[in-house]
Ligand binder design. Structure first.
Ligand code: MRU
Length: 383
């Protein structure tokens, strides 16, 4: 299985996604600062992966500090040290809730550890490291459950009578590269393929950053899943095509508000509108760590604005095939110089357009009155 995050005993490495699909190179993340920059610069991206790398970056830093005995001695000072680092990590990207959710949970954990009598700074550090390390395995298990639950739902509700297979469309990258492994929406595609329910997978290019053509296409080719790439503007024609036979669109999420409104990669909202028009099922797949009950609706979600250069230029391998200072990828300007640009990284899909939210504990649908009730998801035990 593809793996974008490698971690062992305080040593963290990530696959540099800026170099994909041309070069597969792992880079070390030794400190909180390294982690912050890797997230900000999109060397790692995708809501669950961002959270995991951020926490493991701090875990790696703490491991080195423990080895060199360079850590705060008292439990209280260690908590303060960890809180400051977490607050900094959370500033790297604003929209995906998984990062702030992980920071909040691990901060609570270390504060509780510090309350135990005679706790030392090193005990608090070990508690943080263990919790960060557990995130890798927990996320993988959650994704496999999401894949199973989503594939089951699609087999039941999106496969046409008399057929055993269905074609699906996905957007952005939600696979092994965006998580600790397997993926969320792409995990559902993987499960459909494994169950022999997948007729064909279509993936959008996902302009402007091309997570679809660079990353999802890379994963689909890697796994040998029958797949076809389309540009974002071809989605309506694809859904109208009886030959393509798309029965479901499945996307990931960066934050799901309490009412089901979903922030995800720019272009998701357009796909949901198209799905409604064509009577195609529209599913969001995400772990419960992406559901933010404190955010009542999509209107409260902060949407990250990205640099204009992502729209005005496109990246590819250097034409001279030389790597200069590790820069094997070059940018080519494709827009008229001087044009102004709007580049929101995400959009909000209203819950009314979403047929189901697939999580590791099941698929939630709207109630009879047309509203999502997501709080019940948190009553279910972890899997
Ligand atoms: O800007 P990105 O590449 O971090 O955006 C990623 C997405 O929008 C994904 O669809 C989302 O994070 C879900 S990843 C399992």
């Amino acid at each position: 299985m593809l793996q974008a995050i490698k971690y062992s005993k305080g040593k963290l490495e990530i696959l540099d996604q800026l170099q994909l699909p041309f070069i597969e190179i792992f880079i070390p993340i030794r400190s909180t600062e390294d982690g912050w920059h890797a997230i900000k610069d999109m060397k790692v991206r995708g809501a669950p992966a961002i959270a995991i790398v951020a926490m493991l970056a701090l875990a790696s830093e703490l491991t080195s500090a423990l080895e060199g005995s360079m850590i705060p001695r008292s439990a209280e000072e260690m908590c303060q040290y960890i809180s400051t680092k977490l607050a900094y990590l959370v500033t790297s990207r604003p929209t995906a809730v998984n990062l702030s959710d992980a920071a909040r949970k691990l901060e609570t954990l270390v504060l509780n550890r510090a309350k135990i009598a005679e706790s030392r700074g090193s005990d608090v550090a070990h508690t943080f490291i263990q919790a960060a390390e557990a995130m890798l395995g927990d996320d993988l298990k959650d994704n496999q459950r999401i894949g199973h639950n989503g594939a089951e739902w699609i087999a039941k509700y999106a496969v046409k009578p008399g057929h055993s297979q269905v074609a699906v469309l996905t957007h952005c990258n939600t696979g092994s590269l965006a998580t600790s492994g397997y993926g969320t929406a792409l995990g559902v595609v993987r499960s459909l393929a494994a169950n022999n329910t997948l007729q064909h997978a279509y993936c959008t290019e996902t302009r402007p950053y091309n997570q679809g053509s660079r990353l999802t296409a890379f994963e689909l080719v890697h796994d040998g899943i029958p797949a076809t790439l389309i540009t974002d503007s071809m989605a309506a024609a694809l859904l109208a095509s009886a030959e393509a036979g798309v029965g479901a669109i499945i996307v990931g999420a960066d934050r799901v508000a309490a009412n089901g409104d979903t922030a995800n990669k720019i272009g998701t909202y357009a796909l949901a509108v198209l799905a409604k028009h064509h009577g195609v099922k529209f599913l969001v797949a995400a772990p419960r760590t992406t559901i933010d009950l404190a955010t009542k609706s999509g209107r409260e979600i902060v949407i990250e604005q990205r640099p204009a250069s992502e729209v005005t230029s496109i990246k590819g391998p250097r034409s001279d095939a030389e790597s200069i200072d590790g820069a094997s990828i070059e940018s080519v300007q494709i827009a008229a110089p001087g044009i102004s640009v709007w580049n929101p990284a995400f959009d909000i899909t209203p819950s009314a357009l979403i047929d189901g939210i697939v999580t590791e504990v099941g698929v939630v649908e709207k109630g009879a009155e047309g509203q999502y009730h997501l709080d019940g998801l948190f009553d279910a035990p972890s899997v």
